[in-house]
Design a binder for this molecule. Structure first.
Ligand SMILES: [Zn+2]
Length: 250
């Protein structure tokens, strides 16, 4: 063994096993790394995006992803925990998100619409580059949602989530559970086109002539997007949202 190579022992827990090669799953295995290798580099070399990791223990002590491995280290890598709070021991994530806001990659347009239907902040632009997604996420403190692991491996990505399902409604359910968004759901509050919060129209007369006569006569409450000026009411949009929400069976 060259003195520039170290042997370390590694174990991944729970769903992180999903990312790694079969022969490494659910057991401790040995890995050779070169001097100076960080935990982040090693786990990503094995296929795990660092954004999926919430806690790293080295020889039983929490360490950040930037920790440089030493010979003989025992490294235990844990995913983001859904059911209990480990904030007191977590070292990996330094900047908690204040309120849930997301940016979706170009393949998740349908999920973006579903999220907006539920009032969730889902930025989506269909011709945005990976660089722009990364920069926007940092600037606006948004969590990246993607099915592209490469995007999540970028060093400057702090918050991201690799979506497992290929089906938009399943994806919706997945992110609601993963980020505990049940309390953030507010249907009929966000423009489906612009992702901007709708404003109440104080006086029904304002929408006369801007919505079909039948709609004007049937409904009393309307909302408007301050950006595209589309008018929303609790008609078919509302029924669609309600059906979707009910079908999620959260
Ligand atoms: Zn709009």
């Amino acid at each position: 063994m060259s003195k520039n190579n170290y042997t370390v022992h590694v174990r991944f827990y729970e769903e992180l096993n999903f990312f790694i090669d079969k022969r490494y799953r659910k057991k401790t295995f040995t890995r050779t790394v070169s001097r100076g290798t960080t935990v982040k580099a090693m786990i990503e070399d094995l296929g795990v995006p660092h954004t999926e990791v919430d806690l790293v223990l080295v020889n039983g002590t929490p360490q950040p992803l930037s920790y440089r491995l030493k010979s003989g280290d025992m490294v235990s890598v844990y995913p983001v925990f859904e059911s209990f709070d480990i904030s007191s021991v977590t070292k990996v994530r330094e900047k908690p998100l204040r309120k849930p806001a997301f940016i979706l990659d170009v393949h998740l347009g349908k999920l973006a619409i579903y999220m907006r239907m539920l009032g969730l902040d889902a930025k989506y632009v269909n011709d945005i580059s990976d660089d722009e997604i990364t920069i926007t996420a940092l600037r606006e403190n948004r969590t990246i949602l993607t099915r592209d692991r490469g995007l999540l491996k970028r060093r400057i990505v702090h918050h991201g989530y690799y979506i497992r399902s290929k089906f938009p409604l399943e994806q919706l359910k997945e992110i609601i559970r993963r980020f505990s968004l049940e309390g953030s759901i507010s249907p009929f509050s966000r423009c489906l086109r612009c992702n901007i919060l709708l404003e109440d129209i104080p006086e029904k007369q304002i929408v006369r002539g801007r919505v079909p006569d039948k709609v004007f006569l049937t409904y009393d409450r309307f909302k408007e997007c301050p950006s595209c000026h589309r008018i929303y009411w609790r008609g078919s949009h509302w029924e669609n949202m309600k059906n979707i929400f009910d079908s999620l069976d959260l």
